[in-house]
Design a protein around this ligand. Structure first.
Ligand SMILES: Nc1ncnc2c1ncn2[C@@H]1O[C@H](COP(=O)(O)OP(=O)(O)O)[C@@H](O)[C@H]1O
Ligand SMILES: [Mg+2]
Length: 253
């Protein structure tokens, strides 16, 4: 695969917190224009990878590239600029209770741009529309269901039109119907933005519905990676155990 088809890359990343090694010589390519799903056990370091890609933390060694730029050892001002290209939809993204949904979604634009109110309103309406929430601009967060709040969080994450959207467990804890709705929303947003997405998920049904590529993280390294169908039919015993949810296999339970 040539370099231009890779949007982001972890290159031989090691990350430790004190004595605790979280990622060890971890490399991962994020294909431009694709949805890459990362799977792995709880505590494997999945959220940490998203925080690295969003430039919130630096590796202990190795490099993190986004759109060809090395995020490590980058001056703060340049990093702020690069971080505009990515957006992290946090697992427990909290909207501000005292602001309406529309005001919440528009917040990144108020913080990072000098656009006039009218223009912001227009962009926010469009973002809400794209997550299927046309009529909630004036609602308060406590008036929305869990699935609606998730989608409002997505609208806020994409309102600045990031090139790379990082979703941390977007469907964890949601019922199957809302899970499907969220999965479709991620697919739709990827198309709308014509960008790249990384999704952390435990939901196999959802993963195989949206992923172009799947990466499996185990003990700090990517131990399996490939196009969705290749992973689905993989004979790698780690992948098989993960996909079948078996207690028997190389992954200790
Ligand atoms: N800021 C931090 N300081 C110390 N340890 C951390 C920090 N962030 C994460 N960890 C540890 O790193 C490991 C991986 O965390 P995380 O990336 O959140 O895992 P996952 O998202 O796969 O469940 C966990 O053992 C967690 O306790
Ligand atoms: Mg996590």
């Amino acid at each position: 695969m040539d370099a231009s088809s890779i949007y982001a890359r972890l290159d031989d990343v090691t990350l430790s917190f004190g004595e605790h090694v979280i990622l060890k010589n971890c490399s991962l390519d994020i294909v431009r224009g694709a949805i890459t799903c990362i799977v792995g056990l709880s505590g494997a370091g999945k959220s940490t990878i998203l925080r690295l890609l969003d430039g919130l933390i630096e590796p202990s060694s190795g490099h993190v590239y986004v759109d060809g730029h090395d995020l490590c050892h980058t001056p703060e001002r340049k990093l702020v600029e690069l971080r505009q290209k990515t957006s992290l939809a946090f697992q427990f993204a909290a909207l501000l209770d005292s602001l309406t949904i529309g005001e919440n979604v528009g917040l990144p634009l108020r913080e990072h741009t000098a656009l006039p109110d009218e223009k912001i309103r227009h962009i926010v309406d469009d973002a809400l529309e794209s997550v299927g929430l046309r009529h909630v601009y004036d609602s308060l967060p406590n008036e929305l269901s869990g699935g609606m709040l998730k989608r409002a969080g997505f609208a806020r994450a994409i309102v600045t039109r990031p090139e790379l959207v990082l979703y941390d467990e977007p469907t964890t804890g949601l019922d199957p119907i809302v899970t499907n709705l969220i999965t479709d929303t991620i697919l739709r947003l990827r198309q709308k933005l014509d960008g790249t997405a990384v999704v952390i998920s435990h939901d196999l049904h959802s993963i195989f519905r949206m992923a172009d590529y799947v990466a499996m993280l185990f003990e700090g390294a990517i131990i399996a990676y490939g196009p969705r169908e290749e992973i689905r039919t993989s004979t790698n015993p780690f992948v098989q155990q993960f996909l079948t949810g078996s207690e028997v296999g190389p992954i200790p339970v």
